[in-house]
Design a protein around this ligand. Structure first.
Ligand code: UD1
Ligand code: CA
Length: 451
């Protein structure tokens, strides 16, 4: 049987340096909130019961946490008195069991990977009772320094502000992520005082206390990218860049072709099949699923869309939420699709707006077609039957239905439903006057000569 594993995720900090109305951990990387990244990672790491610690006005953070992982519990830290105080806000959660491992993570450190948790887990399995996740940043200023013995045991973590010159020369820094496999964790943390430069209860002081109790404390070292902490918009952008680099590598690894991967932007939940080709400058908003053998040509923006096998999208297409495209659909340049189901092999190849409706199998929507779905108050649906043909520059005024196999003449404004197999033409009819131009020119030049 594997040991019980739990996690406390700290999300009570104010994040003032973001200069934002939004709580820091609700800012997004790869379209996913920072707190959701940490919770999704814990889900992937497997079987870790989790408590998120939020601040006194943390309802929005708590509800985002529950929306991401319905099984999480939350605890509230009333005053932001430091990281040890924050963990102790989850005292009931900690005291519910006295065995296994408790991980502590920061919700503003969203790029930790499940493999990193595995490495910490492996150290506890090999006998460490406390594991600190360390990293060696280019510039260690501001971080807690990890002090070790010659054989690699950790003796203390010294916060930058409290460190001596010698201690500041240490490159190995505390990422904030820790694992505790000790009984009575809340009692141990309660021994921490606040006699330091910030007057806060530092979680990092748990290390010296654990050592004094005879526990073995070790460090697991990871890359700086893994533990990038976000305090500012600049660091948010840095984390986004790391996220995108990882997402591109994962896409290539899973069988996606990209001509210029550095120009393609993914969301954390983007799902791509095999033999998908993404041309340059494609942006994935949240909620896109693409099946196998799909090509997305250059300069497309996709969000909340599902794309079936063999479809070809773009260039310059916009797929919005509810664009559900079956196999072999064709969406061409300057076509916007929102909340529309398109059947197999249906086409809208040029300059169109398809909003709120259905397009049947193999139907052809001509250039310049608009689904007039909105009357200023309500949205209405347009239904196009299988095999129907919509001539160019038609306005389909919803609610309206175009029957199976029916034709709509170019330039029509369709306000009434069209029966299966019919032709509907709704435009001024053409009037021809033979030799009119010649007569007109003769008349006009005679007039001009006469002065
Ligand atoms: C902390 C570590 C430091 C480490 C650094 C890594 C301590 C004392 N220091 O410093 O060793 O190098 O992270 O980035 O732990 N939080 C609460 N309640 C509080 C205080 C903080 O929930 O009362 C949360 C914050 O939201 C944040 C995390 O804890 O997610 C870290 O707090 P922060 O104040 O940013 O710690 P640092 O000073 O950066
Ligand atoms: Ca920090």
């Amino acid at each position: 049987m594997t040991a019980r594993e739990r996690a406390v995720v700290l999300a009570a900090g104010k994040g003032t340096r973001m200069k934002s109305e939004l709580p820091k951990v609700l800012h997004r990387v790869g379209g996913r909130t920072l707190v959701a990244h940490v919770l999704a990672m814990l889900t992937e790491a497997g079987g870790i019961e989790t408590c998120v610690v939020v601040g006194p006005e943390g309802e929005a953070v708590a509800s985002e946490a529950k929306a991401t992982s319905p099984d999480v519990t939350t605890a509230t830290q009333m005053n932001q008195a430091g990281t040890a105080d924050a963990v102790l806000a989850a005292r009931d959660f900690l005291d519910a069991h006295d065995d296994g491992i408790v991980y502590v993570l920061f919700a503003d450190t969203p790029l930790v990977r499940p493999e990193t948790i595995d490495a910490m887990r492996a150290r506890t399995a090999a006998g460490a009772q406390v594991v600190v996740l360390g990293f060696a940043p280019d510039d260690p200023t501001g971080y807690g320094r990890i002090l070790t013995t010659a054989d690699g045991e950790v003796t203390a973590i010294r916060e930058h502000r409290d460190a001596t010159e010698d201690e500041r020369a240490v490159r190995l820094c505390n990422s904030g992520v820790m694992a505790f496999a000790v009984p009575g964790l809340s009692a141990l943390l309660s021994e921490i005082g606040n006699d330091n430069a910030k007057g806060e209860y530092y979680l990092t002081d748990a290390i010296e206390i654990a050592r004094a109790k005879g526990y073995r404390v070790e460090v697991a070292v990871t890359g700086s990218d893994d533990v990038l902490g976000i305090n500012s918009r600049a660091q948010l952008a840095e984390a986004e860049a790391v996220f995108q680099t990882r997402a591109r590598a994962a896409a290539l690894e899973s069988g996606v072709t990209m001509i210029a991967p550095e120009t393609v932007y993914f969301s954390a939940d983007t799902k791509l099949g095999r033999d998908v080709t993404l041309e340059p400058n494609v942006f994935f908003g949240a909620g896109v699923t693409i099946a196998d053998n799909v090509t997305v040509k250059a300069n497309c923006h996709l969000e909340g869309a599902t794309i079936g096998d063999g479809a070809v999208i773009g260039p310059f297409a916009r797929l919005r939420p509810g664009a559900n495209l079956s196999n072999d659909v064709r969406i061409g340049n300057f076509v916007e699709v929102k909340n529309v189901e398109m059947g197999a092999g249906a086409k809208a190849n040029h300059l169109a707006y398809l909003g709120d409706g259905t397009v049947g199998d193999a139907a052809n929507v001509g250039a310049g077609t608009i689904f007039c779905n909105y009357d200023g108050f309500n949205k209405h649906r347009t239904e196009i039957g299988d095999g129907a043909f919509i001539g160019s520059n038609s306005a389909l005024v919803a609610p309206v239905r175009i029957g199976e196999g029916a034709y709509v003449g170019s330039g029509s404004v369709i306000t009434k439903s069209v029966p299966d197999g019919a032709l509907a033409v709704a435009r001024g009819s053409q009037d021809i006057r033979e030799n009119w131009a010649q007569r007109f020119r003769a008349r006009m030049s005679a007039k001009k000569k006469a002065g």
